[in-house]
Design a protein around this ligand. Structure first.
Ligand code: UDP
Ligand code: MG
Length: 316
């Protein structure tokens, strides 16, 4: 029987310091899996160069010459981690049966790939790599990530806790994923929507082997805002709720003002002023909220996401 072909997709942005080591480790792991007959001989490591401005691409080219298992994909410019990953997945899905995505910095344990592939053979289409602990991250990164996961859940976005973009996907899962045509990609939130059978493997996350994080605070914030606004129109709805609350407060104030007015405790002009302040505020917010609802609808429509994903098909 022909073995399943595995592609390991690695997005790289200015990773010249780690790349040699990454190739070495990934190749070791890949060879071990081929030897154990878990995956086929045609399995590859696919580097996606996300418009690096250092010598990452030259290194990738060099590695492709030295090792027949290494392939490279060069993007025209820097499109960001998520889009680079997607480019790699799309390219890999044409040749592979199984695709594993992993960061270039070796923070994720490459050894659990074996377990991932085993879980795939047991029938899972998606296997998440989940970090057991975040000791190696800074206090700030650990806690900000935790708060973010909580907020996401609160806003109704399904995502796997402590899972980054280290995961295995079957070819059909990737093909389904490609039908989510949105430009604001937040893969961690979309992959669970694909809906096939999933499983997880656990590992300890270590420190970056070399080079610096390509996610400074500004990019992290951007990522978080993107994650929320590309899944949820709840923030817009909150404006509407706020408007209604303000109008209700205006009603309460109306009663108070009337009492104060008739008992003669007011300065002239105060009653009408304070009342209109709250009332107009409430009206403006309600108006904004209603407009927001429509924009929310347009927003969901223009995403043009698939309406369903077929899990299995039995046809005689
Ligand atoms: N990356 C990318 N494009 C970017 C930024 C990052 O392809 O614009 C890649 C980077 O090379 C790495 C992965 O995304 O393989 C994760 O980045 P990093 O390790 O810096 O993020 P962190 O682990 O600090 O969150
Ligand atoms: Mg990293």
């Amino acid at each position: 029987m022909k073995k399943d072909v595995l592609y390991i997709v690695v997005p790289c942005y200015n990773e010249q310091e780690v790349l040699p080591l990454t190739t070495e480790r990934l190749q070791e792991q890949l060879q071990a899996m081929i030897d154990a007959q878990l995956v086929g001989e045609d399995s590859r490591i696919l580097y996606v160069n996300d418009g690096s401005i250092d010598s990452t691409w030259q290194l990738i080219e060099e590695h492709t010459r030295q090792h027949k298992q290494v392939c490279g994909l060069k993007l025209a410019g820097n499109v960001g981690h998520q889009n680079a990953l997607m480019a790699g997945l799309e390219a890999a899905s044409e040749r592979a049966d199984i695709i594993i995505s992993i960061d270039a910095d070796l923070q994720d344990d490459v050894k659990v790939m074996t377990e991932m592939v085993e879980k795939y053979h047991q029938g899972s289409d998606i296997v998440y790599g989940v970090r057991r602990e975040r000791k190696s991250d800074t206090w700030f990164k650990r806690n900000s990530a935790l708060a973010f996961y909580k907020l996401m859940r609160h806003l109704g976005v399904k995502s796997v806790h402590n899972h980054a973009d280290y995961r295995l996907m079957s070819r059909r899962a990737v093909c389904q994923l490609m039908k989510y045509r949105e430009r604001n990609l937040f893969l961690r939130g979309i992959v669970p929507l694909v809906g096939y059978r999933t499983d997880s493997v656990f590992y300890d996350r270590t420190e970056r082997v070399a080079g610096e994080s390509k996610y400074p605070l500004s990019k992290m914030l951007n990522f978080a805002v993107n994650g929320i606004t590309s899944f949820s129109i709840k923030p817009v709805r909150m404006v509407l709720t706020l408007g209604i609350i303000f109008t209700l407060i205006a009603l309460g104030i109306l009663i108070y003002v009337l009492i104060a007015y008739f008992s003669g405790r007011t300065v002239s002009g105060w009653a009408s002023l304070i009342l209109s302040l709250w009332f107009i505020g409430g009206c403006v917010l309600i108006g904004l909220g209603i407009v927001g609802e429509y924009i929310g609808k347009i927003y969901i429509e223009v995403k043009d996401r698939p309406r369903y994903n077929v899990e299995e098909e039995i046809m005689q």
